[in-house]
Design a protein around this ligand. Structure first.
Ligand code: ADP
Length: 692
């Protein structure tokens, strides 16, 4: 049952329909075989019945000869006697003698002589011309044939020559013969049992001669039993077939197979029960058939009655069942073979057609499995317009729709993710901005507080008559803090401009060796303050490149102010300048506190500082390096940092060596000139670093 559940629909349907077909077919086959068997059996029975009948009729004809001969004699005698009476009446004479009996050679009446002639000729006719009759005898009661003859009897044998007629003994002799005595007594035709006469088995049929209700005598025919062999006793189809003739009591008159059975009673060969049934059926004197068992073998027996005087004889035909079956079996076998072949063909055709019909359904199932797996690019071959074809089409349509919906969903999802990402980013940016604003506010607060407190001190000192030295000191503090504020504000403005793209480059051909050297020198005051040595090393005396000198200044001042800021007292700062291929490189290296690895990438970000608490110690807005990076990149360069915590940091700038054609702009503002403006620039950039 489980096996059937797991099967494909097409297989399941094919098996079910095939099983049903097989059952129906088997029923049909059984029905056909049974009815065909019955029909053949009926046919065989009819054939055998008609053979039995034809045998019966043949025997009947022999019987009828004897009877008709006696009837002929009777009617001839009647005719003669009537004629004689008329003549007697006319002549008044009792007898009209004058003739002689040809048998006894004594005088008899003329009419009796005529009768004698007629009887002898008829008897001879029957004996000679009828092969079934061996001889015919005619016997009369004493003086019943002629008043001159007491015992009148003669016998004509089939072999007797013409005119040769023998008397048949005395009345004393023949009246004692059973067949004669019985005929006279019963006034009916009688038969003897079969007996041997001159070495031939015969049956004697004896019919009475009655005139005016008076028994005159009897006519008897000896019937040769051997002549019954002309009966149908053999048949190719039924080798076991045999024919018998029995009398009403079952006495075997003729047996086609075993002549030794002749004269015996048939009842002795069958069981009592069976024979009783036969005897009962024979009483009805109608044809019948019966299943009988002879020597343990089943056989069919066909009985046909033969009218023989008061009683019946029976023509009997027996065939063993196996012969009948042999006639039926080949037909049944043929039928069975044809049926099985037809069944196999129908089953194969059913399976093929069903497979063909249901295969598209399998394709739909496969497609459904693919869809379940998430593959919507399905292909179902559609060749029919029936329900399965429509289903396949609907499936393809459905898969396409699902695919569209899925694509839309994916798109929407991506959009949503983007939005979330943006929101998260803007959220992060917002919080970074918040931190930045807090930091910047703090940056602003410190110098403002310092300026304010200095002003307050100034006021107090003013009241207490201020001395010049003190006044200068307060003013210096206020000035430096104003620079700090200015630096922050400048940086803010510059970074905003750079980001907005407003910070235009103002490039000139500059001797970068001179520029870097000037700047290195300009910071010496701050370096000395912290006891930091500053070295500038270069392999070039002069290197003219196309750069924006202001922006380069800001970059270098920023890097150097950071180096001084983050390098403890007694440290070192080394500035390298060298060219490499088509680029020149400026490296600012210090022996400062260094930058943690995870922060190296962040220091160039606008809103990031490495460590708030730490930075607080050193001041700073945290936007200097982002501006540096922006300025370098504006000029087509790169900036990298190499640093080890506690050991120091190195910032490396790489810029392309370019030269502008316009030499007019070659004038640059030199920090080394220490004019008012440049000193202020330096003060502003280094405003975080205190000089006492
Ligand atoms: P600020 O303007 O506050 O100095 P910067 O953008 O210039 O900000 O520097 C960002 C941060 O990078 C600093 O706060 C500091 O923590 C770190 N930093 C920059 N230069 C150095 C250096 N030479 N040595 C150690 N840390 C440095």
């Amino acid at each position: 049952m489980n096996l059937l559940k797991n099967m494909k629909l097409s297989t399941k349907t094919a098996i079910t329909i095939s099983a049903m077909l097989i059952v129906i077919f088997i029923i049909l086959i059984i029905f056909t075989i049974v009815s065909t068997g019955n029909a053949i059996r009926t046919g065989v029975n009819n054939e055998l019945r008609s053979m039995s009948k034809s045998n019966g009729l043949q025997v009947q004809r022999v019987m009828d000869v004897t009877q008709s001969t006696s009837k002929d004699i009777e009617s001839y005698m009647e005719k003669q006697y009537t004629k004689q009476k008329q003549q007697l009446g006319f002549n008044q004479s009792q007898s009209a003698e004058g003739s002689t009996s040809v048998i006894y050679n004594i005088p008899i009446s003329n009419s009796n002589s005529d009768i004698e002639k007629y009887i002898t000729e008829t008897a001879r006719n029957a004996a000679v011309n009828n092969p079934d009759i061996m001889g015919v005898g005619v016997m009369f009661e004493p003086y019943k044939f002629d008043k001159n003859i007491e015992s009148y009897a003669f016998y004509v044998s089939e072999t007797d020559k013409d005119n040769e007629i023998h008397p048949y003994g005395t009345y004393l002799y023949y009246s004692k013969q059973g067949y004669y005595a019985k005929t006279i007594q019963e006034k009916e035709m009688v038969f003897t049992k079969p007996y041997k006469c001159h070495g031939v088995m015969v049956v004697t049929a004896s019919a009475p001669i009655i005139y005016n209700d008076e028994i005159k005598g009897a006519i008897m025919s000896d019937l040769k039993i051997s002549n019954f062999s002309k009966l149908e006793t053999k048949n190719e189809c039924y080798p076991s077939l045999y024919t018998t003739i029995i009398d009403q009591n079952g006495l075997l008159v003729y047996d086609s197979k075993a002549s030794k059975h002749t004269g015996k009673n048939m009842s002795q060969y069958y069981s009592e029960d069976e024979w009783q049934q036969v005897a009962n059926k024979m009483k009805k004197a109608k044809p019948f058939s019966m299943e009988m068992t002879y020597k343990g073998k089943k056989e069919a027996a066909f009985f046909y009655p033969i009218k023989a005087g008061n009683t019946n004889w029976w023509s009997l035909m027996e065939v063993e069942d196996k012969d009948i079956n042999q006639k039926i079996n080949p037909t049944i076998l043929g039928l069975l073979t044809i049926s099985i072949v037809a069944l196999i063909m129908i089953v194969i055709a059913t399976i093929t057609v069903l497979r063909k019909m249901l295969n598209p359904l399998q394709n739909v199932t496969k497609a459904a499995t693919e869809i379940a797996k998430g593959n919507f690019d399905i292909y179902i071959p559609v060749s029919s317009k029936d329900e399965i074809g429509q289903l396949s089409k609907s499936f393809i349509y459905m898969a396409k729709n699902i695919k569209n919906i899925q694509e839309q969903l994916v798109m929407k999802n991506e959009q949503l993710e983007e939005t979330i990402d943006k929101l998260e980013k803007s959220d992060a940016a917002n919080s970074a901005k918040d931190i930045f604003i807090t930091n910047i506010s703090h940056e602003f607060r410190t110098p403002i507080t310092l300026i304010l407190s200095t002003i307050q001190l100034f006021q107090m000192n003013m009241i207490n008559s201020i001395n010049e030295e003190k006044a200068n000191k307060h003013l210096k503090i206020m000035k430096q803090n104003c620079y700090r504020l200015l630096r922050i504000v400048n940086n803010l403005i510059d970074i905003s401009r750079a980001e907005a793209g407003f910070n235009a480059l103002n490039v000139k051909n500059i001797d970068v060796v001179e520029l870097v050297s000037d700047i290195a020198m300009s910071i010496s005051e701050y370096a000395i303050e912290k006891n930091i040595s500053v070295q500038f090393i270069t392999d070039r005396k002069k290197l003219e490149v196309k750069i924006d000198p202001d922006k380069m200044e800001r970059v270098l001042l920023n890097l150097l102010s950071n180096s001084i800021k983050f390098t403890p007292v007694g440290g070192e700062i080394m500035i390298h300048l060298f060219s490499q291929d088509a680029s020149f490189i400026i490296s600012v290296k210090d022996t400062g506190i260094g930058i943690p690895d995870d922060k190296k990438d962040l220091i160039f970000d606008r809103f990031h500082q490495v460590d708030t608490t730490y930075t607080r110690m050193n001041e700073g807005s945290g936007i200097g390096l982002s501006l540096v990076k922006a300025f370098i990149e504006m000029q087509g360069g790169t900036i990298d940092v190499y640093s080890k915590l506690g050991k120091g940091s190195e910032f490396i700038i790489k810029l392309p060596i370019l030269v502008t054609a316009n030499e007019e702009n070659n004038q640059s503002i030199r920090l080394s000139k220490y004019d008012e403006k440049n000193i202020e620039k330096l003060d502003i950039e280094f405003s975080d670093i205190y000089i006492h």
